[in-house]
Design a protein around this ligand. Structure first.
Ligand SMILES: Nc1nc2c(ncn2[C@@H]2O[C@H](COP(=O)(O)OP(=O)(O)OP(=O)(O)O)[C@@H](O)[C@H]2O)c(=O)[nH]1
Ligand SMILES: [Mg+2]
Length: 269
């Protein structure tokens, strides 16, 4: 079997994780309308015709993450890739083009993907892309909607055609614990506003599988005020977060889930 490692890279919120979920045909990476949703590289492998494609979803570029852990993580993801897919939201002013330009020479194969075309008509799309003066540097350019699954299979066909050999690199699978924590982080991003979700850490302490799956998680918060907000009035907020996360987990695991979430105040700032 031929194998390719493919990194999904680009500014935050451009739809990298949505595209990975579209290829995987299920949720493997969390998505939100907020920035900086993906915090660490998520790898997921699919087979398409005679090709194994190992996708690496990376944290998006963001103005403040130039030197921080997220960017370091994203660049590590790029290092492992044979093919890189740079994804831009066609509706936005294109940001971080310099980072894309700087990384181009590292790759033999690079694709540019304009995502979210469902929001524009053809004329608008054409006028938008004119501003990029290095379109010729890419092996292929695609116009897609990851959300509506439009033109996405064309990308798989390109990867398949451009993969020639097998690889002895190993895929770094995300552990169940890490993935379950991610699902609860998505719930937190959905319900809790502003910076709080970015300052919490979610740990899955325990998973017991039987007729049901019982999961124990801890949300570690940095201040008493954050704890209060996540708890909500009479515990309403944490209840909503738990329900959202549990329903997602049940859908993914196809089993009933008992989810217990504790909130713990960390003394480390
Ligand atoms: N209309 C539309 N919205 C989309 C499309 N693809 C993704 N989105 C939305 O864009 C937002 C961001 O999507 P993500 O997949 O989380 O973006 P990301 O690039 O992984 O973001 P980071 O992890 O922060 O780097 C979500 O609200 C998605 O539903 C699309 O094709 N069309
Ligand atoms: Mg993401």
């Amino acid at each position: 079997m031929k194998t390719s490692f493919i990194a999904l890279s680009g500014p935050t919120n451009s739809g990298k994780s949505t595209l990975l979920n579209c290829f995987a045909k299920k949720k493997v990476s969390i998505v939100s309308k907020k920035i900086q949703t993906t915090n660490f590289n998520i790898e997921f492998s699919i087979n398409y015709k005679d090709t194994q494609m190992i996708f690496i979803d990376t944290p998006g570029f963001y103005k403040d993450n130039i030197n921080d852990n997220y960017l370091r993580e994203a660049l590590q993801g790029l290092e492992r890739a044979d093919i890189v897919i740079f994804i831009l939201d066609i509706n936005n002013k294109f940001r971080h083009l310099d980072k894309i330009k700087d990384n181009l020479s590292k790759f033999k194969k690079k694709i540019l993907v304009f995502n979210k075309i469902d929001k524009l008509n053809n004329d608008q799309i054409l006028s938008k892309i004119k501003v990029i003066d290095f379109l010729n540097s890419f092996d292929e350019i695609f116009y897609i909607s990851a959300l509506k699954k439009k033109n996405t299979e064309k990308i798989l066909r390109f990867i398949e055609k451009n993969t020639t050999k097998s690889s002895n690199k190993l895929s770094r699978k995300t552990t169940k614990e890490k993935f379950f924590s991610e699902i609860t982080r998505e719930a937190l991003l959905y319900y809790v506003h502003k910076e709080i979700p970015y300052k919490c850490l979610i740990i899955t302490n325990n998973i017991k599988s039987g007729k049901f799956i019982t999961i124990n998680q801890t949300v570690i918060v940095r201040s008493e005020a954050h704890k209060k907000i996540i708890l909500g009035k009479k515990g309403h907020m944490i209840k909503n977060i738990g329900t959202y996360s549990r329903l997602q987990l049940e859908k993914i695991m196809k089993k009933k889930v008992n989810l217990f979430i504790k909130i713990k105040l960390s003394k480390i700032k």
